[in-house]
Design a protein around this ligand. Structure first.
Ligand code: BEZ
Length: 213
């Protein structure tokens, strides 16, 4: 298992899932992707998480993001559990769940943290861009369910900053002012950001979000 760092190519793999065999890079195609692990099937927090992701599917689609979940349980377990998720969370699971009972993918992505639990994956999130580069990694413990609003927020930031010379400040949300990238000289800002800018300090220049009308 090699350490994965931001900017690395997301390791490729082939695995069984509830929607058939996934050849990861081919499955991603030209889309952004989220690979997220959950500790175990038939557990309460995971049930709420996967139900929540199903409800957010349209938001991920809007952002051209494909979502795939994973746990170290097998395919039959996943299939049975999906019925429970659909029933209890009032939704329909609409994304694949990888069956990683041989731990191949979990180990490839370092999702098992033995000092937390040697048998289960932690709650990892990997956001991958269309070049297959890892753009974000988040790790939560089993006891804390993830905030999928935050995941959408961070995807908005990753996609904005991938295509425009801005960064996003603390607690930024889509539509709010952005920070001009430090690599841009103040004299060049008007040509790059014609909507205007405010120089608060020579190193802190704000501009309206550039990809909005
Ligand atoms: C849960 O999803 O509820 C859970 C899974 C493993 C350990 C603790 C909680």
């Amino acid at each position: 298992m090699a350490t994965i760092r931001l900017g690395d190519e997301a390791p490729n793999f082939t695995a069984k899932s509830t929607e058939g065999t996934i050849h990861f890079h081919d499955w991603l195609g030209d889309s952004w992707g989220i690979l997220f692990s959950h500790p175990a099937d038939y557990t309460p927090v995971c049930t709420t998480e996967l139900g929540t992701v199903a409800k957010y599917k349209a938001e991920f689609d809007k952002r051209n993001v494909k979502v795939v979940a994973l746990s170290v349980d097998g395919l039959e377990s996943h299939k049975g559990w999906v019925n429970d998720i659909n029933e209890t969370q009032d939704t329909t699971v609409n994304f694949p769940i990888i069956a990683d009972d041989d731990r191949k993918v979990s180990e490839l992505y370092d999702m098992i943290h033995p000092n937390a639990d040697s048998n289960l994956t932690v709650r990892s999130v990997f956001v991958i861009d269309p070049d297959k580069k890892v753009k974000l990694m988040i790790t939560y413990p089993a006891s804390t369910g993830r905030n999928f609003e935050e995941l959408l927020r961070v995807i908005d930031s990753l996609q904005l900053t991938a295509y425009h010379k801005v960064a996003t400040p603390a607690n930024w949300k889509n539509g709010e002012d952005c920070v001009v990238a430090p690599s841009i000289e103040t004299k060049d800002i008007p040509a790059i950001f014609p909507k205007g800018h405010k120089e608060i300090k020579p190193y802190l220049r704000m501009t309206p979000q550039p990809n909005l009308n």
